[in-house]
Design a binder for this molecule. Structure first.
Ligand code: 8OZ
Length: 363
């Protein structure tokens, strides 16, 4: 069996190790534009010998309506793609690969972030009992409006256009964000989706948006450059439990099989929280998927070593540990202590708590 530190081919991507940096929302992109400070942050983590072999960017809205938090970097204009180029160039110069995480928040948004102050769009008109983040801090989400059936092709087209812009920006591929109670998850779960059209009701209908998005994105940039993130049982963002998550997510993975996605990135349990929040057979899901299997959520060094050595995972993604430890890969190799995370600087601000965490030789 390979180790965490061995190379792997994932679709079209040759990765130096199995260590991945997860998407992490940091709200440091004023004007929804990527910038030089972000390039520095990503580059610090992009040496495969000391950091990540693959970086998944922070969640990146595919259209203006897809934004739900202040100062998140978009990928819906040529100018934004050009701004991302400084990041893909900086990461490639250090030797890692980088994919853009394509995001639409759906109802997890606020009217002040929506074009014309309109209500956010979702599968439903019921408000999310969740918070979003504005300059003043966390605020309740605004009541959404349910998308009309005829608007859904426009949503799919936005993902396709963003995937093309990602290629223009020099990314190695994209990861579609199907997790954490955002738009795609708002269609998947029967706890949220109350539609009566072809996108609501039985599982075959609730997975339709996901399958249409993945079909469009893989058609645009190729399946070997396309991954997907799912979180079958997370309660994040008022994503109440689906009545039968095992059947739902197995049906989704089966429906996606013809697309031959490069990888599936699965959050086990509650995102950033309890791994055992609800029962779910992740191994059964994996048996239905032919591509690389990326696991995430609170992995310690020993858990990561064991997951790869046992064959339970091909790739292990680390989030909070990568915020506080730009050289996390080296620390995992050496079993060195980790810097503590400063939660006060997670969202918004500048270099403090972003690009100033010390590497091992400076700690
Ligand atoms: C934390 C704060 C804001 C957004 C996710 C994109 O949970 C997020 C997110 C996380 O997937």
């Amino acid at each position: 069996m390979p180790t965490l530190f061995d190379p792997i081919r994932v679709g079209e991507l040759e990765l130096a190790t199995r260590i991945v940096m997860t998407p992490l929302t940091r709200n440091r992109a004023p004007g929804q534009m990527s910038n030089a400070l972000m390039a520095q942050y990503y580059a610090q983590r992009a040496d495969p010998a000391t950091g990540a072999a693959l970086i998944v960017t922070e969640a990146t809205p595919v259209c203006p309506e897809g934004h739900g938090y202040v100062d998140t970097p978009g990928l819906h204009s040529a100018e934004q793609a050009a701004a991302w180029r400084q990041i893909t160039d900086a990461v490639h110069a250090r030797g890692a690969k980088i994919v853009a995480q394509l995001w639409h928040v759906g109802r997890v948004s606020h009217v002040s972030l929506q074009p014309g102050g309109a209500p956010p769009v979702s599968s439903t008109a019921r408000v999310a009992n969740a918070k979003t983040y504005l300059h003043g801090g966390f605020v309740p989400c605004s009541p959404p409006r349910a998308l009309a059936t005829h608007e859904i092709p426009g949503i799919v087209a936005a993902y396709r256009r963003a995937a093309r812009l990602a290629m223009d920006a020099g990314f190695d591929g994209v990861e579609v964000h199907g997790a954490n109670g955002y738009l795609i998850d708002q269609f998947l779960r029967d706890s949220i989706n109350d539609r009566s059209d072809a996108y609501g009701g039985p599982i075959a209908n609730r997975i339709r948006l996901l399958v249409e998005v993945m079909t469009a994105v893989t058609d645009e940039i190729g399946s070997g450059r396309t991954g997907l993130r799912l979180s079958p049982v997370t309660p994040s963002n008022d994503a109440g439990p689906d009545s039968d998550p095992q059947s739902l997510f197995e049906a989704a993975v089966d429906a996606l099989a013809p697309l031959k996605l490069a990888y599936l990135h699965v959050i086990e349990g509650q995102t950033g929280g309890a791994r055992d929040v609800a029962p779910f057979d992740y191994a059964a899901l994996r048996r239905r998927f032919a591509g690389a299997w990326m696991v995430n959520n609170g992995y310690t060094r020993q858990m990561a070593l064991d997951a790869v050595a046992s064959g339970a995972a091909d790739l292990v993604a680390f989030g909070r540990a990568f915020i506080a430890n730009p050289d996390l890969g080296l620390r995992l190799q050496l079993d060195a202590p980790l810097n503590a995370l400063d939660k006060a600087t997670l969202y918004g601000g500048g270099a403090a708590g972003y690009t100033d965490y010390p590497t091992l030789d400076r700690a």
